[in-house]
Ligand binder design. Sequence first.
Ligand code: NAP
Length: 509
Amino acid sequence: MSSTTTWVGLNRNIPKVKTIRLANGREKSHKMYIDGQWVSADTEKTFKVHNPATGALVAKIADGGEFETKQAINSADLAFKTWAEISAKERGQILKKARQIMSERVDEIARLVVLENGKPFAEAKGEVNFALGYFDWFAEEARRAYGSLVPSPSTNKRLWVQSQPLGVVAAITPWNFPAAMIVRKIAPALAAGCTVVLKPAEQTPLTALAIAQVCHDAGVPPGVLNVVVGSNPIPISEEMLNNPKVKKIGFTGSTEVGKLLMAKAAKSLKRVSFELGGNAPFIVFDDADLEAAVDDAIAIKYLRVGGQSCICANRIYVQQTIAQKFVTAFVAKTKKLKIGSGFKAGVHCGPLINETARKKVHRLVEDAVARGAEVALGANYLSEGDYAQGSFYAPTVLLKVEDLWPICQEEVFGPVASIMTFQSEEEVIRRANNTNYGLASYLYTRDLGRVVRVSEALEYGLIGVNDAAGYTHEIPFGGVKESGLGREGGKQGLEEYLEVKSIVMNLPH
Ligand code: NAP
C-alpha cells in the first residue's frame, strides 16, 4: 500500500472487548472482526461451538446480529473508496502477503477446522492449503481486469469499456469447507477492489476468524474485510439484504436457503452469486480402468468431509457388465475406511457435523431400505466406545436403488453410496440428468468419442473425466440448474465482483 493512503476509522462506539475464559482457564479472543478491531457483541451475548467428534465445548463466540452487521457494512462502505482507488498491483501484494502468512499457519488453522468441523487433520491441511491458493491466484488476476477499446461506428467518437469494483459485498458461507469457501469469496472480492462483510456458518466461526487475523496481519486495511459471527443467521442476512450500501450477496450453502436469499435480494435488485447443493452422478463405463474408478469413487464419496461435500458422488452408475466386479471391489475398500476423531492418526472420515445431519442421512437410508434397497454395508449409527459422544455414521453401500427415490433426488450429505446399474450411454445420460441439481459429475471411460459425447450432454458445471480430484484455482467452479448462479475461481471469479462500464466520448471539433 502506498504511504499516502489513509484509512478512515469509524470512530464509533464499539463495545469494549470482554475476555472469555474456557473451562480449562485458557483465554481466547473469540470476538468478531469489524473495522479492523476485535469486538464483542453489543448485547455481550455469546454462543457455543462444539467438537462434532466428542461433543466437547471448543469455544464461546461473540453472538452478533443486526447491530454488528450494520456497523460492519458502514465500515466496509467507508473503506471502499480508498481500497478501490489503490492499484490492483498493490492490492495483489497484500493478498500475496496473506497467502504467505496463511501458509505459515496451515497447521494452526487446520487444527481449528478439525475442532469445529470434524474432518481428519490431513484433509483439513489439504483444505487450508487449497484455500490459500485463492489468495495467490486472485492476487495475480487483480492485474488482469482488462477493459477494451472498441472500434467506433462514428469517426468523431471513441468508445471504451472498463471494469470497476462493485462496492460492498456481503458473503455467507457454510461449515463443510470452512476455509476454502471463505477465501474463494474474499480473495476475488478484495482483488477486484470490493470490500467485504462475511458471515461464516455458526458451526465454524473459528476458522473464519483465523482467516480474518491472517488478512489483518497481511495489512488488509480496517473495514476492507469484516467478519460478523452469530448463532442466528436471519438478523445478519436481513441487514445484508436490506442495506442499500450492500451491492452484492455471495452465498455458498443449500439450494433451499439460496432461493430464500434470491427472493429477498430481488427487492433491491442486488447482484447475487450462488454456490448451492449438488447431486453428482459418478458414471463408470465397461471400458474404464476399473481399479482407478473404484478408488476415485471411494475418494469422492467418503474422503471429502465424509460425504458432506457439494461435489461428492451421490449416485454411482455402473455399466451392467462390470457391476459385480465394481461392487465387490468398492465394498471391500469401503470396509477398510477408518472412522473417528479427525485428530487420530490414520482416520479417513470424521463425524457428521451434528445430530440433525446424522438423523437426515439415516432417514434417507431407512426410506430407501423400506422401498427395497439392499444394504451391502453399514446403514447404521456408530455410537459405541469412542463414537459415543460424536455424530458418527457407518460408511454405507446401498444396492438396487431407484432414481426417483429421495436418496437419489436429495443431497444425502453423508457417507452413503447408492450404486445402480445401466445398459447404454443414452440411458445413463438421461438418468444422470434427471435431477434439479447440476454441480459436479464424473465419467470413467477410455473411449474418446464417448468422453466428448457424454461430457457435452451432461447438464453440470463440472465434469470430471477419469478424474474425481475436483477442480483447481485456475478454472471456474459453479453449478447449473438449481446448483447455482455465477462462478468462483478462474478468471470468471474476478468478473463476479466487477461492474462493466461503457464510456462514449464525443471528440471536440
Ligand atoms: P445452509 O444451511 O444453507 O447454510 C449456509 C449458510 O447460510 C450458513 O452461514 C448459514 O448460517 C446461513 N443460513 C442458513 N439459513 C439461513 C437463512 N434462512 N437466511 C440467511 N442465511 C442462512 O447450508 P449448510 O448446511 O451450511 O451447508 C451445506 C450446503 O452447502 C449443501 O447444500 C452443500 O451442497 C452446499 N455447498 C455448496 C458448495 C458449492 O460450491 N456449490 C460448497 C459447499 C457447500 P448458520 O450456520 O448460522 O445457520
